[in-house]
Design a protein around this ligand. Structure first.
Ligand code: PLP
Length: 387
């Protein structure tokens, strides 16, 4: 109660918190102040990729924190160089810029697109096209990129130069491009905050082809979908896309702040000294943590993520109270007959932590959640969703 009171007195009220205080955990189990145990089906909104207090992750963090916890970007440090190499090897990308969050990763992508287009196509070519119902972050520029008006209303003027089109509307994109002012298209392969809505594969392929044919950058926001969550290293790989920029954060460092923008050969040389920077970007502890995550995302492990995602989906789909299940891998959204908030509250009372996204119940468990916990959580969810 003291913590709740302190929090409500001193913390800006931007988060509607549930009335539980989490104090410890291991893997996919967490415990609150009263000692009650929960199965964690949210993993800090897709952050704790290998669960809470994972031994391998702790070892990597501890080793690094005992040598150098931070060094300015004026000097070389090993973890961020190794991490950049690992990310490039796994994706075929050529260069990485490290920041600390998803919004920063997208800010970086937007700067890359604007500079690339200014240099290659002229200064009037600055428009970034994004999709309606998208979510790209909460800075003023990434809010402008976000295709949901209710986030914009009281924060005008936002950064100009963003146009939102309806997912699937290639005609709108073609029309916009006739003006010669479109620099890039930024998409999520599965709209997470928008309600766990996967992009239609035909539209994704059309976008991929169109952007290549018209020399427009294709940028994929993998902040939520990335780092194994979709059952592939990045969700664009499920769609066979050829992005010029991939942004990621959340699960990358498994619980420490880290964001990254991965740059393809086409844009790898856009930035030069002084064009961009971040005091904490590439922090060695966060990078060591991320390396421990990324190195474990092997093909075999990712196949297990896919299998667990399929299992969870099969346990829920078609059951009483569940209207539909959407998503990829271990990123699932459930439309329930009862309001999503009601189902999440009932699950919490019965020891399962779930999330919402718009009108859906959203499930983002740790990638290594044991099958028995997945089955237990699904049984509780079904009980709570039963009309
Ligand atoms: N992009 C996507 C797709 C997201 O889901 C989020 C956060 O939910 C962001 C960007 C913003 O990330 P952050 O909160 O780390 O800035």
């Amino acid at each position: 109660m003291d913590i709740m009171h302190l929090d409500q007195t001193y913390i800006a009220p931007t988060y509607k918190r549930f009335p539980i205080g989490i104090v410890s955990g291991k893997g996919s189990l967490v415990r609150d102040v009263s000692g009650k145990e929960y199965i964690d089906m949210g993993s800090g909104i897709a952050v704790t990729s290998f669960g809470i207090a994972d031994d391998e992750w702790i070892a990597a963090v501890e080793k690094q924190i005992r040598s150098v916890q931070h060094m300015s970007n004026l000097y070389y440090t090993e973890p961020c160089a190794l991490l950049a190499e690992a990310l490039c090897r796994k994706t075929g990308m050529k260069k990485v810029f490290f920041g600390n969050s998803g919004a920063e990763a997208n800010e970086c992508a937007i700067k890359v697109a604007r500079k690339w287009a200014a240099e290659h196509k002229g200064p009037s070519c600055s428009t970034i096209v994004t999709l309606e119902n998208s979510f790209h972050g909460r800075t003023l520029t990434t809010l402008a990129a976000t295709g949901q008006d209710h986030y914009h209303e009281l924060y005008q003027p936002l950064t100009p130069g963003f146009v939102h089109i309806h997912a699937g509307d290639m005609d709108a994109l073609e029309k916009l491009c006739e003006t010669g002012t479109v620099a890039a298209v930024l998409i999520e392969c599965v709209q997470g905050e928008g309600g766990v809505i996967p992009l239609d594969p035909a539209f994704a392929s059309a976008l991929d082809q169109f952007t290549r044919d018209h020399d427009i950058l294709l940028m994929v926001d993998e902040v939520q979908t990335g780092n194994g969550r979709s059952g592939r290293m990045y969700a664009y790989m499920n769609y066979g896309l050829h992005p010029d920029v991939v942004t990621t954060a959340k699960g990358l460092a498994g619980g420490l702040p880290m964001g990254a923008a991965l740059l393809s050969d086409k844009v790898q040389d856009v930035f030069s000294y002084g064009d961009h920077g971040s005091t904490f970007g590439g922090n060695p502890v966060a990078a060591a943590a991320a390396l421990s995550v990324v190195n474990r995302l092997t093909d075999d492990f990712l196949d297990e993520v896919t299998a667990k995602g399929n299992l969870l989906r099969s346990l829920l789909e078609g059951q009483a109270g569940i209207e539909s299940v959407s998503g990829l891998g271990l990123m699932l959204g459930m439309k329930t007959v009862k309001p999503a908030g009601e189902v999440v509250a009932a699950c919490m009372a019965k020891g399962v932590l779930c999330l919402t996204a718009k009108d859906k119940v959203r499930l983002l468990p740790a990638l290594n959640i044991p099958e028995d916990l997945l089955r237990k959580a699904a049984a509780v969810i079904l009980e709570c969703a039963h009309p």
